[in-house]
Design a protein around this ligand. Sequence first.
Ligand code: IVH
Length: 679
Amino acid sequence: MLNTDLRSQITKLRNEIAIHDRHYYVESAPVISDREYDRLFKELQDLEKAHPELITRDSPTQRIADEPTKLFPPATHHVPMLSLANTYSTQEVEDFAKRVTDLLDHEPTEGYTCELKFDGVAMSLLYQGGRLVRGATRGDGTAGDDVTANVRTIHSVPLSLHSKSPLATESFEARGEVFMDLEGFRKLNAQRDEAGEAAFANPRNSTAGSLKTLDAREVAKRPLHFVAYQLRFDAEAVEKSPELDTHSSRLALLKEFGFAVSKETRVVKDTEGIMHFCMHWQEHRGALGFEIDGAVMKVNSLTEQEKIGFVAKSPRWAIAYKFETAQARTRLNAITLQVGRMGTITPVAELEPVALTGITIRRATLHNADEIVRKDIRIGDMVIVERGGEVIPKVAGVDVSERPADSVPYEFPTTCPECGSTLVRPAEEVNWYCENAECPAQIIARITHFSSRGAMDIAGLGAQSVEQFVAAGFLHTIADIYDLASRRDELIALDRMGDKKVDNLLDGIEKSKQQPVARFLFALGIRHVGTSIATLLTDEFGGIDNVSEASEEAIDAVPGIGPEIASSVYSFFRQPSNTHLLDRLRASGLPFHGEPKKKDIVVSDFFHGKTFVLTGTLSTMTREEAKEKIEARGGKVSGSVSKKTSYVVAGEEAGSKLTKAEELGLRILTEEEFTREIA
Ligand code: IVH
């Protein structure tokens, strides 16, 4: 190949990899599989290996992964934390076993351990005298972040060991993975959604984000787990003791120490055993309750591990077998539309049931109308459904070769499937809306939201009962809930009801009147008002009446609340149908009153009276949160840099504002300096 051709091929690969890095790490929305990515990466590595003179410093191959964040104190690893080489085929696993056998001159005497490859964040835990003394992330392998305070909140991390083994008081390091279980992940995202916060893309991102949180109390609320998969003692005499010469015996000791170790680990003797383990979990991983992205095989004997050694950043005695993104082909029978409580229309794929990673998939999200057009998804198509990092299956694409001859492009309905009113799509929005407040689907969704767990928490008034009561004509608005007591006999007469059930329900309804006013405000279902905004409003104004009387400017002035929310709250209380609704709720005895919370204004000399400009992306908080914190301390936030600016807080990829600030010679704060002042 000509040198210029080579150069352009290398540049092309680098650009392509950089684009995928951005999709993966920045947007958390990869567009190619890990396998395809690794292939591109390897191609580039091979070319650079053959032509080292063409390596540049900015090549993705030269990047050191995940440098410490500088938010936490650095933590040096006495023994570097390595990564594993990835494989994708039986052939590559066979090559691995052959290499191991060649290097040893015989098959491994203690076989291989096969473990799940947990899809979380690697963690190093140091223990001295039976106590946890440090928790650190991997970082660049040599040094990571000291996240001890956060790690201490994870229940499966023993803070002190209660073990009969005399080895428990030795100094040792346990390595393993911190991960989030799927149920906890779903709940966390539902809460964030209700609170109006952005959802996490997948459990791994959510774990990484949680560990980086600066407030350990917040971390404590996250459903994190730790599973141990490596143990190393400081004292040579212990480290080299014959009874600890197998990896499997160390896993057993970790268990005895009180760590969670994977129940799924198996010891096998050859490639056949390895592949059996891999294939089993490739197929059944959906039933685990947490995410794995492959399997890990390790030579079981530590003496043999040492003999086999390392190359660059990975051991040669271990290998990861990575699973493909789970995909299945099935027929798209229909596209239905779901109507949310605000009238948002979400298209849903109704599928011929198909098994995928241990669960049966019947429905998948199609996101919105544009997605259907972009992928040209048609009813009757054979579609590819995928469950990748995300929990909800999605339709990844269409197998056009199997498209029926008479197929026609899908036409997005123009009317609401539930009430028949004309759908509208506001300019610049991807969603269609049903604007009929009387739409039965919206009525049901609104009432269900009102009684839901995070809102008024009325037991016995879930979606099913609400639907039943709406159909029977007993419920039409949320205010009708409080009239149900006068219909006790009629309720008992309904299907699947009965004295006891009805009395429990009425009891729950009565008790809901005691809920705090912030919950009640949230339960009203005002657009953009999640639990945290509701609390901000009641803390500021006190009761619902005060909120309803507040001017749009006064609402906008509340730290943490922007113009869009202010406008939504203000107009809600000015709609005649809502004032009528509130009058009825007041008459039923719901909590309308409250006292504004006395603010402990943390007036700080550093912030008081100063003007701040935020630029770039902060890694520990959103801009809204940063603004809130500055304002709570008596500072002001402005959108543009001028001579009057006191400080510019520069996050990552800060742009022209930073340049201008430098030109004007203003004080520039790094995120670290800023968070320190806040703390
Ligand atoms: S052993 C030298 N075992 O995969 C080998 N790693 O690229 C050290 N991982 O950073 C790792 N499950 O975060 C090992 N059962 C397991 C694992 C596992 C997940 C992660 C770990 C590591 C990465 C390897």
